[in-house]
Ligand binder design. Structure first.
Ligand code: HPA
Length: 305
């Protein structure tokens, strides 16, 4: 019931406040680390950090995917050399996905708990497939909109009784991605002299765990998607339900394969279908190569908050 869910959020919050020192227990920012991007948490300054494993927090599920640990890391982040103006953050190292078998309510539970702890801004990172033909692996994309395919077809994180304590029954999503945060990120990329290409575009959320077929990639392109992935939108929706500010950053780790399939009717058939497919290894490899730039961007952005 709704009351049970509220109680579970209260239990998780109490368990965290019990174990995290006061100066870290009221974080301003939640950072959700995407596949292979857990290194963002390494930008937490000094040794004043606390790690809580998911299995020790009421209501938290375990992360089951390679490239995703499973803990919350509390600490201070920023780039102030005097370390005077560092910002208390929580890094969620290892996110929970719908395709792992978790309900959206379970997968977005950490966002509810972060809201209860007083977080005002959520930085959401992910690995994504490039759908826009101009995107190449290693590029970054700032999310400025999304298509919530599961949500549109009735699998929605806000389905069921509305959590009135957190937000309205019918929240808007047309303004989900904070313009000032997006501008600030571009500014920080320039200030840090990053050479990596940064786009701004539309993230299509699909449930996975299959990578898209060729026809699906072409469909997504026609529908206006620039990138596709299996995460983030549920967290964005739940964060926006409570009016938190959101920045979404996708690392393009592979290109969606959109060539037409081979034809059994054509003799000198084109590329075999076995050529050009996405794989989790490719995703993690490109994530590793670009991880430092993502870490730098997030660290600098947090410093401004
Ligand atoms: N499709 C869906 N999710 C992804 C992809 C992809 O190609 N790459 C990384 N996450």
């Amino acid at each position: 019931s709704t009351q049970d869910y509220y109680d579970l959020i209260a239990d998780a919050t109490a368990s965290i406040r019990d174990r995290v020192p006061a100066h870290l227990a009221s974080p301003k920012v939640l950072i959700i680390c995407g596949s292979g991007l857990g290194g963002i948490a390494s930008r937490i300054k000094g040794d004043a950090e606390v790690i809580l494993h998911y299995e020790t927090i009421p209501g938290f599920q375990k992360s089951t995917v390679a490239g995703h640990a499973g803990h919350l890391q509390f600490g201070l982040m920023g780039i102030d050399p005097n370390q005077d103006n560092l910002v208390p953050v929580i890094c969620m190292v290892g996110r929970l996905h719908f395709y792992e078998g978790y309900s959206f309510q379970a997968a977005t539970f950490p966002v509810r708990v972060a809201t209860e702890l007083g977080v005002e801004t959520v930085i959401i990172t992910n690995a994504a497939g490039g759908v826009n033909p101009r995107y190449v692996p290693g590029d970054l994309m700032i999310m400025n909109d999304h298509i919530n395919f599961p949500g549109l077809s009735g699998q929605h994180p806000l389905k069921g009784p509305n959590l009135e304590k957190f937000g309205p029954r019918f929240p808007a999503t047309s303004d989900a991605y904070d313009l000032e945060l997006r501008k600030a990120l571009i500014h920080q990329a320039e200030a840090a002299n990053l050479s990596r290409t940064i786009h701004e575009g539309v993230y299509a959320f699909v449930s996975g765990p299959t990578f898209e077929s060729r026809a699906e990639v072409r469909m997504l392109r026609l529908m206006g998607a620039d990138a596709v992935g299996m995460s983030s939108v549920p967290e964005v929706v739940v964060a926006r339900h409570s009016g938190l500010k959101v920045l979404g950053l996708s690392l393009i780790t592979n290109s969606g394969v959109s060539d037409p399939p081979t034809s059994a009717f054509i003799d000198d058939s084109q590329t075999p279908d076995s050529k050009g497919h996405a794989s989790h290894e490719e995703v993690l490899l490109h994530a590793q190569e670009a991880a430092q730039d993502v870490e730098t961007l997030v660290e600098r952005l947090v410093g401004l908050l």
